[in-house]
Unconditional design. Structure first.
Length: 326
């Protein structure tokens, strides 16, 4: 598939058509990448739960062994003490009170033995239940991990298709594609420096909290770096990996998935955006950016664009919402 150039064979796709296909592939890949991030988190959660269940099973098995050992000791002590039987008590007692005391002791031992037997049964039941639970969780984690491998292969295939299509463009066309809705770093930095810190929310250059400013500063430093699905730096990021790592600098833990990040913090209107706010795109949500200045956000888009400055106002047609974390 080749871009249309002067003298090209009629019927070949135009640069606009190639660009449209690149955009479609980029969006598809981003959706897949976000699904991959979610599945990765689920596998991690299942594995942790399986490990905890396995520890519980081992603890229950230890309780079972301990209770069984106590029962063995009790029965052995009874057997070895000739006086610890009703007949033995009668024959060995020196008087009536001694006989009654021995019978009382026998009753206590019997109750103790019954208690230990109950403990053994309970420990055995808990051990079996915990082991069954651990096995089920581990099986679920393994199944998700297998599905994850398939998802990864699908993303890699989509990425390969994207790169092949990108390679059909000329160097000039690639630059044109990369510059669409991309703010040159020099222009972005000049805009940030020029706008007064006390400007209205949509034009603010400084975050309202130290945490948000730490996230903004980190995001700005990543501009120019590359993109890869499931990337969390230090050199390659995906969209939610970038925002997750940025806000980690402010002490806020975010999940590695755009749609999950949307549920963290307080939702704000597009007209109220401030540095540090997260901007979400598409329905269902599959992309997230972080505001860093007046109509400026840092975004990790795709393999061709990497981490760059963008104007959120140019994507309002795909705007899905925004959140403020602090």
């Amino acid at each position: 598939m080749l871009p249309h150039v002067a003298g090209a064979t009629p019927g070949q796709p135009t640069i606009a058509e190639v660009t449209a296909k690149l955009d479609k592939l980029s969006k598809q890949n981003e959706v897949l990448a976000e699904q991959y991030n979610k599945a990765t988190a689920e596998v991690h959660t299942n594995q942790k739960a399986a490990d905890a269940a396995q520890r519980a099973a081992l603890a229950a098995a230890t309780d079972f062994d301990t209770a069984r050992g106590r029962l063995r000791q009790t029965v052995t002590a009874e057997y070895e003490a000739s006086s610890f039987s009703h007949a033995g008590a009668l024959l060995t007692s020196e008087n009536g009170q001694s006989y009654l005391d021995t019978l009382s002791a026998l009753s206590l031992i019997s109750s103790h033995r019954a208690e230990i037997v109950t403990q053994i049964k309970g420990a055995q039941t808990r051990a079996k239940a915990a082991q069954t639970h651990a096995s089920a969780l581990l099986e679920a984690a393994q199944a998700k991990a297998a599905a994850l491998d398939k998802q990864k292969s699908k993303i890699e295939a989509e990425t390969k298709t994207f790169k092949k299509l990108l390679d059909t463009l000329t160097a000039a066309q690639k630059r044109e594609y990369a510059q669409r809705n991309t703010v040159p770093p020099a222009a972005a930095e000049a805009a940030i420096a020029k706008a007064p810190p006390a400007a209205p929310p949509a034009g603010a250059t400084k975050a309202s909290t130290a945490q948000a400013q730490a996230a903004v500063d980190y995001a700005i430093k990543q501009v120019g770096k590359g993109y890869t699905f499931a990337g969390t730096g230090p050199d390659l990021f995906d969209c939610s990996g970038l925002t997750m790592m940025a806000w980690a600098q402010g002490g806020v833990s975010l999940p590695h998935q755009a749609s999950e990040q949307y549920n963290v913090g307080t939702h704000v209107d597009a007209s109220e955006l401030q540095p540090g706010d997260l901007v979400f795109l598409y329905s269902p949500i599959s992309h997230v950016e972080i505001m860093v200045g007046p109509d400026l956000a840092v975004s990790a888009a795709n393999e061709a664009l990497g981490v760059r400055y963008v104007h959120p106002s140019e994507d309002m047609g795909d705007f899905a919402g925004a959140t403020r974390l602090t």
